[in-house]
Design a protein around this ligand. Structure first.
Ligand SMILES: O=C(O)CCC(=O)C(=O)O
Length: 265
């Protein structure tokens, strides 16, 4: 069940991604969004009480460790909101169940060619109204600083809200995974080294504007990014990356095996 089809595999190889709309029901999405909001609230309260690490400022981005999660704050100080949290499943049981959901891990297992998996990363992107853009980048060069088997990491985005061009859906540049690590931006501070210089690319960007509950599976080297949320609604997404069994997570170096016995017969 949930196997990758020949057409999906072909598209993944040629273009670096494939999508599956409507994978999660409205009820499931309500539960997952509630878990995401609860994790967000716990993080805010812990930070308010000072139960957090030092703020690490890199260029205009602020990072802080709170409750075992690396928090990236929105860079606008008036918007006291979390932009992303990674890892986050340790804060909410329901998020752990999402990680073990075969609708998410099985297609990745097929692409990797490995039946037993472990978690590489889980990240909640909480894009509030006004939430900031994410410049063009590839995950591969960034993850290279910690992955134990980078070649066999497959990633996905699960939209928790409808994602549109206006609310800052993910954009990808199809086919760019074939180039491996591309040139990064020059003279753009420390983080510029993680952002891709797209000026010389001929491929055209494609908006991943999909309804809530849809999943886009993509290659670690595909160039992707997103724009500001220009609406008054949230655009939340859960990003997961899987790797073969027995390897450590990216951020905290801990093991989290995937419960592959959850696959229905
Ligand atoms: O969720 C987004 O807007 C961008 C996500 C992304 O590219 C990332 O977190 O690596």
């Amino acid at each position: 069940m949930y196997e990758v089809t020949a057409a999906e595999r072909d598209q993944f190889e040629k273009l670096g991604f494939f999508t599956r709309p409507g994978q999660f029901s409205a009820t499931e999405l309500e539960e997952i969004r509630a878990a995401a909001e609860s994790a967000h609230q716990r993080v805010l309260e812990a930070a308010e009480r000072g139960e957090s690490g030092e703020v690490d400022q890199v260029d205009n981005q602020k990072y802080q460790d709170v409750l075992g999660s690396t928090i990236k704050w929105e860079w606008d100080d008036d918007l006291r909101a979390v932009r992303s949290m990674e890892p986050v499943f340790q804060l909410e049981k329901r998020l752990g169940a999402v990680i073990d959901d075969p609708r998410l891990w099985k297609p990745c297992a097929d692409i990797i060619g490995c039946s037993e998996l472990s978690l590489f990363s889980d990240k909640l992107n909480v894009k509030r109204p006004g939430g900031a853009p994410f410049p063009w980048h590839q995950e591969g060069p960034y993850w290279a600083y910690g992955a134990e088997d980078l070649e066999r990491v497959v990633t996905l985005i699960l939209y928790l809200d409808d994602a549109t061009v206006d609310n800052g859906c993910l954009w990808i540049i199809p086919g760019t995974h074939r180039y491996g690590a591309l040139e990064s931006l020059k003279d753009r501070g420390t983080l510029g080294r993680l952002y891709t210089d797209v000026d010389r690319l001929e491929e055209k960007p494609l908006a991943m504007d999909l309804p809530a509950g849809s999943v886009a599976y993509f290659h670690r080297d595909i160039v992707h990014g997103s724009q500001t949320n220009r609406t008054d609604q949230n655009r939340r997404a859960y990003l997961l990356a899987y790797q073969p069994s027995g390897l450590r997570q990216w951020r905290n170096r801990e093991h989290r095996e995937i419960r592959t016995d959850s696959l229905p017969a």
